[in-house]
Write a protein that binds this ligand. Structure first.
Ligand code: GNR
Ligand code: NI
Length: 171
């Protein structure tokens, strides 16, 4: 297993729309394991493949707390099939936008259809943090970041800050 480098704002890779997974095979299992290891190392509660530079529709989530048994979840080709009208607000962060947090309002409950790591069709009715995290990760598959859900002024400030930082680090 390998910890992969994370793609950071403003890298345009984060704006790519990821393509569906065609085969759930050994290569995909390896990518899954690498993504889980990368997420645990960060640490984060979710990770989309595009955040490690792979434009494929898959994501991993683990909401278990430190010291508890790990609960890795794998979602391949996930699709939101329904969303509740009621909303909830969470303070979100993103491994691709380190050390920036902002409140985001999203549907409180979503039903998501997906393939599991064996390639079997599944669906989950998610609420609470799982609902928020699934929506955050599925946004990544569509090139959308949580800062796209905050005010334009705040978003432009964050992008400006990360653009400056990336220029000062470039060789
Ligand atoms: O680690 C993460 N925490 C988090 C907190 C609130 C809402 C969403 C998230 S996902 C984030 C990891 C990440 O960037 N996934 O794409
Ligand atoms: Ni993210």
């Amino acid at each position: 297993m390998t910890i992969k480098p994370l793609i950071i704002l403003p890298d345009p890779v984060l704006r790519q729309v990821s393509k569906p997974i065609e085969r759930v095979d050994a290569d995909l299992q390896r990518l899954t394991d690498d993504m889980l290891e990368t997420m645990y190392d960060a640490p984060g509660i979710g990770l989309a493949a595009i955040q490690v530079g792979v434009p494929r529709r898959m994501l991993v989530i683990d909401l278990s707390k430190e010291g508890e048994e790990k609960q890795p979840l794998v979602f391949i080709n996930p699709e939101i099939v329904s969303s509740s009208d009621d909303r909830s607000v969470y303070e979100e962060g993103c491994l691709s936008i380190p050390d920036y947090y902002a409140e985001v309002e999203r549907p409180a409950q979503v039903t998501v259809k997906y393939l599991d790591r064996e390639g079997k069709e599944q669906s989950v009715v998610a609420d609470g943090l799982l609902a928020t995290c699934l929506q955050h990760e599925i946004d990544h598959l569509n090139g959308v970041l949580f800062i796209d859900h905050i005010s334009r002024l705040k978003r432009e400030m964050v992008i400006k800050k990360f653009t400056k930082a990336s220029k000062s680090k470039a060789l």
